[in-house]
Structure formats: C-alpha cells, structure tokens
Design a binder for this molecule. Structure first.
Ligand SMILES: NC(=O)c1ccc[n+]([C@@H]2O[C@H](COP(=O)([O-])OP(=O)(O)OC[C@H]3O[C@@H](n4cnc5c(N)ncnc54)[C@H](O)[C@@H]3O)[C@@H](O)[C@H]2O)c1
Length: 272
C-alpha cells in the first residue's frame, strides 16, 4: 500500500554531495528526517552546514556526522544516535551512496605511474560494497530496520564494463550487487526491500576523480537517448518514488536510473 513518508527517518551513507545529498533533500521534501554520514576534509564543512540548513528549512530534523562508514565505531555511534532520535522507530530508508575508491590500473600501463596495491583493492571493496552488509546487520540487530523499510545501494555500469582506472571500483560494484541480492532474500520475511540503483553517468566529485572522465562524459552524453546526462535529482526522485510503498515485493533488483543510457547502442540517438 502507498503511504506517506512524513515523520519517518532515513540514513544516508555518503550524504554530503552527489546522489546522497540530492536524496537527503528530496526525502526532506517528503517530510523525512535525515541522518547523514559523510567523510570529508574540513574544507567541506561549509557546504555540509548549508545542506543541513536546507534540509531543516523543509521542516524536518537533520543530524550529520563526519566519519568513516567502514569503521565499526562509526556504526555503533550513529546507530545509538538513530535509536535516540527516532525514539526506537528506526529508519524507513537506508541509502548506501559511498564513493571512495582507488582509481589506478591493476597492471603496468603506458601513461600511468602506479598500479593497484592489495590494500587499495581491499579498502575499495570494503567501503564501497561490504560496508552495506555491516550497516544492515547492525541496524537489524538494534531493531532499527522495521517492516516496510527500503534499502538502496548505488551501483554503476562499471559492474559490467571496464575502464583502465576502474578495476577496483568495478569489483566493488559486482560485490555490492551480489550483497543486494543476498540481503533481499534474507530480509524478505521481514518485509524489507533491498535494491541496487544503477545511476547513469552523473557529474559529481566522484566522477570528476575518474582519470578518464573528460572523454567519457562527452561520449555518454551523446549516447544517452534523452540527450543529457543523469543528474543527482533523477536518482533522488527514484528513491522517493520507490520508498512510498509498504510492499517489499519490488526487491533484489539492479534498477537503471540512467534514462536508458546503458541500453543505447551508440550515438545514433544524439539530439544535439
Ligand atoms: N557519479 C556517477 O556517475 C555515478 C554513476 C553510478 C553510480 N555512482 C555511485 O553513486 C555513489 C555516490 O556517488 P556520487 O557520484 O554521488 O559521489 P560524491 O563524491 O558526490 O559523494 C560521495 C559521498 O561519499 C562520502 N564518503 C566517501 N567515502 C566515505 C567513507 N569512507 N565514509 C563515509 N562517507 C564516505 C563522501 O563524503 C560523499 O558524501 C557511489 O557509490 C558511486 O559509485 C556514481
């Protein structure tokens, strides 16, 4: 059944920019109180304060923490905060939107002076994939993931496509999609839906860190049959839409939120 999200809580992992920040605002528009986690240098303090102000201006509560999502101590702290803030009700929406990866090839390659280390590969997959499992485990353990809750994890076309720098993140996306399938099955009896959202190419700080982004962005724009790239608000709208039901039947999927970018065979759709 469709129902209002007003007065519920969300937890956004990666809330300070890109998809996470846009979703925090869109959920706040729907009356959802926001707990946001991010991991930034102090240079980002001002923009995070501004974001929190914008969230509060929508008449909801906002609690942001700057800490590493992959650490057990961060989960313990934030889960205690959520229990207190939501008065035990827990989160209606959990969004995993962490961008933290090593962007170098596996093997020596012309034009690159570094290759991926074991530590970099393990950290990338731990933050961008495995941390989803640990957050779900700990929220469930604290009884903060109620029936009707929705879990979203951000995946990308990189789960099935290779770029020179993207090997570690690509592995993380494959693992993340596997975790989504597994969690969807394990949470089905509890009425909690788990889906991966496969965003199209979106200009965010994370995308701009990909060394090949300049050539990549131009090509993707002409390939997308909508004639534009994805914007974070496209993803935010999908999260709000998919969260407005108590049903857990739509679960275990990787859902494209890319304007059919991945389906397009080439730039024959270019409208420019
Ligand atoms: N931008 C794209 O084109 C695109 C496309 C498909 C999928 N995605 C995925 O969407 C997700 C969000 O990406 P984005 O483009 O919005 O990135 P972004 O750089 O705008 O935001 C990343 C967020 O993650 C937070 N973060 C990073 N490491 C963290 C850590 N260890 N602990 C806590 N917070 C941490 C940052 O503080 C920031 O809030 C990522 O998983 C990314 O792979 C992005």
């Amino acid at each position: 059944m469709l129902r209002s999200l007003n007065g519920s809580w969300c937890l956004i992992l990666g809330a300070s920019s890109g998809m996470g920040a846009a979703t925090a605002l869109a959920l706040a528009d729907a009356g959802v109180n926001v707990v946001g986690l991010h991991f930034d240098l102090s240079a980002a303090d001002e923009s995070v304060l501004l974001l929190q102000k914008e969230i509060k201006a929508r008449g909801v509560r906002s609690h942001f923490v700057n800490a590493n999502a992959a650490r057990q101590a961060t989960r313990a702290r934030l889960i205690a905060d959520i229990a207190e803030l939501s008065e035990g009700a827990g989160v209606r929406v959990l969004m995993h939107s962490l961008a933290f990866g090593s962007l170098v090839p596996f093997l020596p390659r012309a034009g690159w002076d570094k290759t991926l280390t074991q530590r970099q590969l393990e950290m990338t997959v731990d933050v961008m994939a495995h941390s989803l499992v640990y957050w779900v485990q700990d929220l469930l353990d604290a009884d903060l993931l109620p029936r009707g809750a929705k879990v979203f994890a951000m995946t990308s076309a990189g789960a099935t496509q290779a770029l020179p720098s993207y090997g570690a993140v690509s592995a993380a996306k494959c693992a993340l999609e596997a975790h989504v399938r597994q969690l969807a099955c394990e949470l089905a009896p509890r009425g909690v839906a788990v889906n991966a959202l496969r965003a199209g190419t979106t200009v965010t700080p994370a995308l701009l860190r990909i060394p090949e982004h300049a050539e990549f962005v131009g090509r993707r724009e002409s390939v997308n049959p909508h004639g534009r790239l994805t914007v974070p608000e496209d993803v935010a709208e999908a999260v709000v839409l998919l969260s407005g039901t108590d049903s857990s039947w739509l679960t275990g999927n990787s859902i494209g939120v890319d304007g059919a970018e991945l389906n397009s065979a080439g730039d024959a759709w270019d409208q420019r």
